[in-house]
Design a protein around this ligand. Structure first.
Ligand code: HEC
Length: 160
């Protein structure tokens, strides 16, 4: 039983990795412009908090996916969609600052990412496993693509 679970988990991970490799996750390094150094310390802190939250939630989603816990996947994906810690805790001054310093593409990618999380939650609510796997793959792809573009200072794997 455990062995079977581990094999499935590995299989899904393998597919996610393939998807990322096959996708536009391979962004050219010279396109990158790291966001964090341009932010105020307060915004840096908010962004990291949101990232740590979605990092944990997405790992828990993988565990729930391979256990067939649709309800758990739905809850976690919805939490990611609703997170927006960044926006929720932002003052009007913070927002102005972010809009001024963040590249246009960043804001759009952030929006798309939260949209994919909503679609994953919806797939989980209908119990459609194949669609959940697909949306989860898209979500992980959105993480790494954004990091390659806007966080290569933080993730050196994307800086070469
Ligand atoms: C729209 C862009 C974007 C998306 C999408 C995104 N990230 Fe990030 N992430 C960033 C940026 C920018 C940083 C760098 C923050 C810094 O260095 O202060 C970061 C940093 C992180 C960190 C490091 C936090 C720390 O404590 O330094 C983790 C972990 C992380 N992201 C996980 C994820 C995961 C998992 C996903 C997808 C489920 C994801 N991110 C999606 C932009 C994004």
């Amino acid at each position: 039983m455990m062995h079977k679970l581990r094999t499935r988990k590995l299989f899904i991970l393998f597919n996610v990795v393939l998807l990322v490799i096959a996708s536009d996750g391979l962004v050219l390094a010279h396109d990158s412009e790291s966001l964090s150094p341009r932010l105020t310390p307060r915004l840096q802190e908010l962004l990291r908090k949101e990232m740590q939250f979605i990092d944990e939630a997405s790992q828990n989603i993988l565990t729930a996916l391979v256990a067939g816990s649709d309800a758990q996947v739905a809850t976690l994906a919805q939490q990611i969609h609703d997170s927006f810690i960044l926006r929720q805790s932002m003052t009007p001054e913070d927002k102005n600052h972010l809009v001024t310093v963040a590249p246009e593409g960043f804001v759009q990618r952030d929006r798309d990412f939260h949209q994919v999380a909503a679609e994953l939650a919806a797939a989980a609510r209908t119990g459609n496993r194949a669609l959940q796997h697909q949306q989860f793959g898209r979500m992980i792809e959105a993480c790494s693509t954004c990091h390659a573009l806007y966080a290569s200072d933080r993730f050196s794997g994307f800086s070469e």
